[in-house]
Design a protein around this ligand. Structure first.
Ligand SMILES: NC(=O)c1ccc[n+]([C@@H]2O[C@H](COP(=O)([O-])OP(=O)(O)OC[C@H]3O[C@@H](n4cnc5c(N)ncnc54)[C@H](O)[C@@H]3O)[C@@H](O)[C@H]2O)c1
Length: 327
């Protein structure tokens, strides 16, 4: 039985990836600072903050593959030091341990924020676009990629996957969910702006509250353009990671792991608000609109990747669920 060392195994994507690997017959060792979310005879969990290589090597022994998804995601400047520790220092230790035990392949979960897509020079964004991250999170992922590429030159076979924004269908209408909350719901967006210390934007958003009842937001730039971006379904990310782990053509490559479809907020939000039964208001955010497309041509032609869940299908899944609940 092949062994996979999976970091970030208790995370949103990692926990689902672990389940998929177990279903596919792998032995999985999950590494995460959080407790295990998976119970299975072929699953072992190591709860660790990834601070020492000698502690790691024991868990890595016999591993065929390392999937490094463990990471801290924050856009709050207060978290920068902790994020450097989790995304850069820990990545270096994971790479050391993977090299020390001689794994067959190391897959790194990077992000479209390395470009960054929101300030792309050319669209659609391809893998050879220059890397000039504007967020500290994007910077930690860029340094992570550089570390991965260095260890590749030392003989470690690696794959870098630049993930898009990723959601489970069940998250997109959940105002408390980490990404969809502030992306689509007014009160969650206000809370996020307050946490970032962005009081001016928080005050503007509060002015949209009207009668104070919960609302959804259609985010636009100050140029009035509604947002447009990719939002992948976690199920497609899992199939992309599986290809990156085993496909011979993936060795030592970098891929955008994008969906085919792009989410046009002016089309998606009215449908989402209808299902949620909430009013929708336009929110004009500072700066130009988030408005990009990223190419998945490389991973499709090299690995035969074919995403099969569109954002519209995720919305329709929610519609069906809400209709069933209403019955
Ligand atoms: N979800 C997205 O939209 C998205 C987009 C681009 C890239 N990514 C990348 O994909 C990966 C998985 O994302 P996710 O949405 O599942 O994130 P998540 O936050 O749900 O999971 C990350 C996991 O890593 C663990 N972790 C953090 N620091 C650690 C440390 N020092 N030691 C051990 N464990 C640690 C956390 O406890 C958490 O369980 C991450 O690398 C993320 O940067 C995600």
């Amino acid at each position: 039985m092949k062994k996979v060392l999976l970091t970030g195994a208790s995370g949103r994507i990692g926990s689902r990836l672990g389940e998929q690997l177990l279903n596919d017959g792998f032995h999985v060792v999950g590494l995460d600072l959080a407790p295990a979310r998976t119970r299975h005879p072929n699953y072992a969990h190591v709860q660790s903050q990834i601070r020492r290589k000698d502690e790691l090597v024991k868990s890595f022994e016999g591993a065929d593959f390392v999937l490094h998804l463990g990471s801290m995601m924050s856009w709050n400047p207060k978290d920068n030091a902790a994020m450097f520790e989790a995304n850069v220092n820990a990545t270096q230790l994971i790479l050391e341990a993977a090299s020390a035990v001689g794994v067959k392949r190391f897959v790194f979960a990077s992000s479209g924020e390395v470009y960054p897509e929101v300030k792309a020079k050319t669209l659609p964004v391809t893998e050879d676009h220059s890397l000039n991250p504007t967020s500290f999170y994007g910077l930690t992922k860029k340094i992570g990629e550089e570390l991965v590429q260095f260890y590749q030159t030392q003989g470690l076979e690696t794959v870098i996957l630049r993930f898009p924004h990723t959601q489970a269908a069940s998250e997109i209408l959940d105002p408390e969910s980490f990404f969809s909350g502030p992306r689509f719901f007014l009160d969650s967006k206000i809370r996020q702006m307050e946490q970032f210390g962005n009081t001016q934007v928080a005050e503007y958003l509060k002015s949209l509250r009207g009668d104070g009842s919960p609302k959804m937001i259609l985010q636009c730039g100050e140029d009035q353009k509604p947002y447009m971006m990719h939002i992948a379904d976690i199920r497609d990310i899992l199939s992309g990671v599986a290809l990156a782990m085993q496909h011979p053509n993936a060795a030592n490559e970098i891929f955008n792991l994008e969906p085919d479809d792009v989410v046009r907020f002016e089309e998606a939000l009215p449908k989402m608000a209808e299902i949620a039964g909430l009013p929708l208001v336009k929110a004009y955010m500072p700066g130009p609109a988030v408005h990009y497309r990223t190419s998945n041509a490389k991973i499709k032609s090299a690995l035969g990747y074919q995403p099969s869940h569109t954002f519209s299908a995720m919305i329709e899944e929610n519609r069906k669920n809400s209709e069933q609940t209403a019955l």
